[in-house]
Design a protein around this ligand. Structure first.
Ligand code: ADP
Ligand code: MG
Length: 249
C-alpha cells in the first residue's frame, strides 16, 4: 500500500526522520512506536503527503506522494491528528460530517453513514449534537475517528489516538479500536508511545528511535528478540506492566 525508500526529512533544527525504508502492506495494522520526538508524527505526515521528503520516495499504491492530485489522495486516507483536532465551533455531527458535506452528500445518505459509524466506533448517537467541549476525551476521540472514516478511505492513519485519556477510557477505546480495525479490514497505521497498545493493536510493529528504525517485525518477534538495548528496554517496561509481573514468568 505504502512503500518508503530511503526517505529522509530534516527540519531546520536538524531533527526529523530517516533514512527510512518501509513497506506497509494493504489490509493490515502497523503500529509505529517510539519516544516523544522520535519522528512518529513526521512519518504519518510523509505518508499523507502533508510533508515532503528531502530525499528518497514515498509511494502510495505505486504513485509518488504527494502527487499532482492531493485532494484525491486525501480522500483515500483518513487521518486523525494527534490530539484529535476537532473544530470547537462545530458539533460532533458537524465535525464527523465535514468531508462528506464538502462533497455535497445529501442528508439522507449522510444520516445513514453517521449512524453506521456511531455503531462502529461505539458513540451514543445522542452525543452527536454536542460540541467538543461537552464530550468526554474518549467520546471526542470516537468523533475524530468517525470524521476520518466518513468517506470510507482505503487507509486510516491515527496519531496517538489513545494519548491523553484516563487509563479506564484508554483500555475501553483500545478494545473498541481493535474490534473496529478487525471489522474494517483497512490498511491502518497507528502511532503510539506505548508498546502494550502496539502489541494489542498491531499486526506489525515499527520502533523508531531518533528518527531511525530501531526494529520492525511481528509483535512476537520484537518481544522475543529485541534488536538492541533500546528495544530491550521498551520490551522490559512492557513486561513490567503486565498483570502479575515482577515474579514468575
Ligand atoms: P514524535 O511524533 O515521535 O513525537 P515528531 O515527528 O513530531 O516526533 O518530531 C520529530 C523531531 O522533529 C522532534 O525532535 C521535533 O522536535 C522535530 N520537529 C517536528 N516538527 C517540526 C517542525 N515543524 N519544525 C522543526 N522541528 C520539528
Ligand atoms: Mg507526535
Amino acid at each position: 500500500m505504502f512503500r518508503l525508500s530511503g526517505v529522509t526529512k530534516r527540519y531546520p533544527g536538524g531533527e526529523g526522520l530517516g533514512p527510512v525504508d518501509l513497506d506497509v502492506p494493504a489490509g493490515r495494522t502497523l503500529c509505529v512506536i517510539g519516544p516523544s520526538g522520535s519522528g512518529k508524527s513526521t512519518l504519518l505526515r510523509l505518508l499523507l503527503g502533508l510533508v515532503r521528503a528531502d530525499r528518497g520516495s514515498v509511494r502510495f499504491e505505486g504513485r509518488e506522494v504527494p502527487g499532482e492530485d492531493v485532494l484525491a489522495l486525501r480522500r483515500r486516507m483518513g487521518y486523525v491528528v494527534q490530539g484529535g483536532g476537532l473544530f470547537p465551533h462545530l458539533t460532533a455531527q458537524g465535525n464527523a460530517a465535514l468531508l462528506a458535506r464538502h462533497l455535497g452528500w445529501d442528508e439522507a445518505r449522510l444520516g445513514e453513514r453517521l449512524a453506521d459509524l456511531c455503531a462502529l466506533v461505539r458513540l451514543p448517537p445522542e452525543t452527536l449534537s454536542r460540541h467538543p467541549r461537552q464530550l468526554s476525551g474518549g467520546q471526542a476521540q470516537r468523533v475524530s475517528l468517525m470524521r476520518a472514516l466518513v468517506l470510507d478511505p482505503a487507509v486510516l492513519l491515527l496519531d496517538e489516538p489513545l494519548g491523553a485519556l484516563d487509563p479506564v477510557t484508554r483500555h475501553e477505546l483500545r478494545g473498541d479500536l481493535r474490534e473496529a480495525f478487525r471489522r474494517l479490514q483497512k490498511t491502518v497505521v497507528v502511532v503510539t508511545h506505548d508498546l502494550a497498545e502496539a502489541v494489542a493493536l498491531g499486526d506489525r510493529l515499527l520502533i523508531l528511535r531518533d528518527g531511525r528504525v530501531a526494529q520492525q517485525g511481528a509483535p512476537g518477534e520484537v518481544l522475543a528478540s529485541p534488536a538492541d538495548e533500546f528495544v530491550a528496554r521498551f520490551v522490559g517496561a512492557w513486561r513490567d506492566s503486565l498483570p502479575g509481573a515482577g515474579g514468575e514468568a
